[in-house]
Design a protein around this ligand. Structure first.
Ligand SMILES: Nc1ncnc2c1ncn2[C@@H]1O[C@H](COP(=O)(O)OP(=O)(O)O)[C@@H](O)[C@H]1O
Ligand SMILES: [Mg+2]
Length: 419
């Protein structure tokens, strides 16, 4: 048996079945570290969502069991379900398996049958998880990667980088990507993506203690690229009322459900920004190659180091580089005493065109140099072995102008003029 004494088990059964012998024996087995039994479905689901056991054994009529298992399968990636049924009808078994059950046992069961089933299921599950962790070494199972995009100086390109990178990440990884606009006052992720709604991050923060799939679905805006977006609050005064605990709870809820969570931020070192930085796996510090911006970055990097604001990787993204008359990469690195991890070339015409139409440039002009750089940056964030420094356009990309994807699948242009 591969069960160890830390196994956490929940049994969901009928009120008149809660004292069955197999349940009592399971509760006494020294190999099970924690066991809870519940006979009311609604509280059972709540309990399972909060305690996140390794295994849920569900002994309810097939229709109820199916729905219960589906809810767990879709929201708790680290919890596996075993169903008990009195029916040997293959269609019932199929439906339970389709909902996400890992094994189906036929009643009446003996306690050793249940233990054996748990052991078999956990063995496969542990194998699957260890392989998953080897292939995605930066990610633990069930927790996405959290990326904070930040600049200590406004106008450096934080929002252009975060929105385009989120779309590019979705395209190249096929993972679930969430983009949250934490530029709490006057955030404009929505404008850049042409998304408008009165449902914003504010609604989620207000219910940060009870985040579940339903609450998230009511707040998330779905962009045509597949990126799920949390818009910034519509009233600026909300920013001052947000606590670190709320931010942490929102991030927990998102990271459980998404492969990547990207935060767009503003240039204020407040409680919100601190809470984001301390949780970040990756911090992308965006700057332009101009002295005032570089000075701010230098100060910001020193401040981060002194106050140990993050345990994540800190990478500098030099935006609008190269551009006409800009200083050299060496000079920038020397000034910052920090390597530049990535650059995004300046492409005023294309970026302005894309912003004004609410279409990220990686979609409107996918072949352009700026879009290729943004995709390489996304690959870097995803953990690929790439060097996202590109000082001239690669073969096949276009330096400035590129054929627009204006008739593309993802969006409808706000205006019809071409750059
Ligand atoms: N790579 C780029 N090439 C050309 N213009 C850019 C580029 N990145 C950003 N911009 C311009 O800079 C402006 C500010 O960018 P934005 O992302 O809103 O900055 P921030 O969020 O840091 O305040 C944009 O409106 C856009 O016109
Ligand atoms: Mg911004």
């Amino acid at each position: 048996m591969t069960i160890d004494e830390t196994l956490r088990v929940a049994v969901v059964t009928m009120p008149d079945q809660i004292d069955q012998e197999w349940i009592a024996r399971l509760g006494q087995d020294p190999r099970i570290g924690w066991m809870e039994r519940v006979a009311i479905l609604s509280t059972g689901l709540e309990m399972v969502k909060q305690s996140r056991p390794d295994v849920v054994i569900i002994d309810r009529p097939a229709v109820e069991a199916e729905e219960f298992i589906r809810q767990i399968f879709t929201s708790l990636p680290t919890t596996t379900c075993i169903a008990l049924t009195s029916l040997t009808d293959i269609n019932v078994v199929r439906r339970l398996m389709m909902a996400g059950a890992r094994d189906v046992l036929v009643r009446p069961v003996h306690y050793t049958d249940v233990l054996q089933s748990m052991s078999d299921v956990m063995k496969i599950e542990q194998d699957r998880r260890s392989r998953h962790m080897v292939s995605n070494d930066h990610q633990s199972y069930g927790r996405g990667k959290f990326v904070v995009v930040i600049s200590p100086k406004g106008g450096a390109g934080t929002t252009v980088v975060s929105t385009n990178m989120a779309v590019a990440l979705r395209q190249i990884s096929a993972g679930r990507v969430a983009l949250a606009d934490f530029a709490l006052q006057f955030g404009h992720v929505g404008t850049i993506l042409n998304l408008f709604s009165r449902h914003t991050l504010q609604n989620l923060l207000a219910r940060s203690n009870e985040i579940d799939d339903t609450i998230l679905a009511s707040v998330i805006q779905q962009h045509g690229s597949g990126v799920h977006v949390l818009l910034a609050p519509s009233s600026p005064e909300v920013a001052g009322e947000i606590t670190r605990e709320q931010i942490r709870a929102v991030l927990d809820g998102l990271l459980l459900r998404y492969s990547y969570v990207i935060a767009d931020t503003w240039c204020v070192l407040d409680e919100v920004t601190m809470a984001l930085l301390e949780r970040a796996d990756d911090v992308l510090v965006v700057t332009t190659p101009e002295i005032p911006a570089l000075k701010s970055v230098k100060f910001f990097l020193e401040y981060m180091a002194q106050h140990q604001l993050t345990c994540g990787r800190v990478s500098i993204v030099l935006n609008r580089f190269p551009s006409v008359d800009s200083i050299s990469l060496e000079d920038v690195q020397q000034h910052l005493r920090h390597p530049i991890s990535a650059n995004i070339p300046s492409a005023g015409q294309l970026v302005t065109y894309s912003i004004n139409r609410g279409v990220p440039v990686v979609l409107s002009h996918p072949q352009s140099w700026v879009s290729q750089s943004l995709r390489t940056l996304a690959a870097y964030v995803a953990g690929e072995q790439v060097t996202p420094i590109s000082l001239e356009p690669e073969k096949g990309s276009t330096k400035n102008k590129s054929k627009s994807n204006a008739g593309g699948l993802f969006w409808s242009p706000r205006r019809q003029t071409s750059p």
